[in-house]
Ligand binder design. Structure first.
Ligand SMILES: Cc1ncc(COP(=O)(O)O)c(C=O)c1O
Length: 381
């Protein structure tokens, strides 16, 4: 007979890896100051876009001489505009250890057809950064959202390098320490750790990235939404809030509210601490149970945002079907929504632990994981 399920549910069952849970204090009336129905080029709109840029700089500790822009098409748009605008001047190294990184490899090798060395690692593993030639342009994902494997730090990236580093940090920014001096282009979106809305991406450019933009013109045509220069000069307006095309002022307001929350709770150290605390609940849970394990093989590379777990019990007959059944049970009981592993990743669960998630909810989820696992084992028989 199936064991009785736990009595206590997480107050918020939203553990999706994107869009991620809204800030704990969220309600729609917090957006009432949005500049709706106004031009984003009017003072009120421009001020808000500028506040989003400068709030990002403040919370993330981005150096004053780095440019920050709000760009179209979420994180994907930001990564694509960086790759299409900057690559091709020299050889590239494409680094991937999960699905999103692999997508950037495909774009550079098959679409842009750039001379690139490709370095990959399997799900759960990471590429050895000590073996990368940083005199090439290096494209990588800081936190592999679909494998839950992150770069622990930027130590292997030399401060003096000839190439540019282009880093997709969308599931790392606001939860993990990003070494700005090692990153020439950093991208992320609002929909991850800050629980914001998708649609807009952010691109952060080091002075070296700007120098490349101003000195190099790619051999291929660039669509308007990728163009950051005009007549060989950086379009500075983009980096003070004069966006390339029309942004959603509702999404901007929502991001400003999230930045206010981040400020109120204690800024980046507190955001990182919340993610660490959440992830630790699941890591400890794995340590206590021999039927579940972190997909990341090296503890130093375990993500504190997209925690990816695999089932290791020998009784499991069909790994993919089993993991799906567990995720469905958790959703059906409204204790954890959207926690199935990413479609290209090994079977398992992916539980978002970013800063907007409450550790009490992760705690409340763990007995349900045990219950769903045991119920699915029974149902197999
Ligand atoms: C590492 C990584 N890169 C890119 C993306 C795509 O982000 P977006 O849909 O915001 O463009 C995601 C989304 O989950 C991601 O995790």
């Amino acid at each position: 007979m199936t064991t009785k399920h736990p009595a206590h549910r997480p107050a918020n069952p939203r553990f999706s890896s994107g869009p991620c849970a809204k800030i704990p204090t969220f309600s729609l009336d917090k957006l009432s100051d949005a500049a709706l129905g106004r031009s984003h080029r009017a003072a009120v709109g421009k001020d808000k876009l500028k506040a989003a840029i400068e709030g990002t700089r403040e919370i993330l500790g981005i150096p004053a001489d780095y440019r920050i822009g709000i760009v179209p098409a979420s994180d994907t748009g930001a990564v694509e505009m960086a790759m299409w605008s900057l690559l091709g001047e020299r050889k590239a190294t494409m680094v991937a250890w999960e699905s999103f990184g692999a997508g950037w490899v495909t774009d550079v090798v098959k679409q842009l057809k750039i001379d690139a060395e490709v370095k990959t690692a399997d799900y759960g593993e990471i590429v050895d950064f000590a073996e990368i030639d940083f005199d090439t342009d290096v494209v990588f994902t800081w936190n592999g959202t679909t494998s839950g494997v992150r770069l622990p730090n930027g130590e292997a990236i030399p401060a003096a390098r000839q190439g540019l580093t282009i880093c997709d940090a969308t599931s790392a920014a606001f939860a993990q320490d990003l070494p700005w001096d090692k990153l020439d282009v950093t991208t992320f979106s609002w929909q991850k750790v800050m629980g914001g809305e998708a649609a807009h991406g952010m691109i952060v450019l080091s002075p070296r990235a700007v120098a490349r933009l101003e000195s190099y013109t790619p051999a291929w045509p660039l669509p308007k939404i990728f163009r950051m220069t005009k007549g060989g000069k950086l379009i500075e307006g983009i980096f003070v809030g004069e966006t390339i095309n029309t942004p959603s002022m509702l999404a901007v307001e929502d991001y400003l509210v999230a930045l206010d929350w981040a400020r109120e709770i204690g800024g980046l150290p507190k955001l990182m601490n919340r993610a660490d605390t959440n992830a630790r609940v699941l890591w400890d849970f794995c340590d206590r149970n021999d039927w579940i394990a972190n997909l990341a093989t090296d503890p130093a590379t375990r993500s504190n945002t997209s925690v990816c777990l695999k089932f290791t019990d020998e009784r499991i007959q069909d790994g993919a079907a089993f993991a799906k059944a567990v995720a469905k049970k958790l959703a059906d009981h409204n204790v954890a929504l959207d926690v199935g592993a990413y479609r290209d990743a090994p079977a398992g669960l992916r539980i978002w632990c970013g800063a907007t998630v409450e550790s009490s909810d992760v705690e409340a989820l763990t007995p349900w994981l045990t219950w769903a696992f045991e119920a699915c084992i029974e149902e197999q028989a």
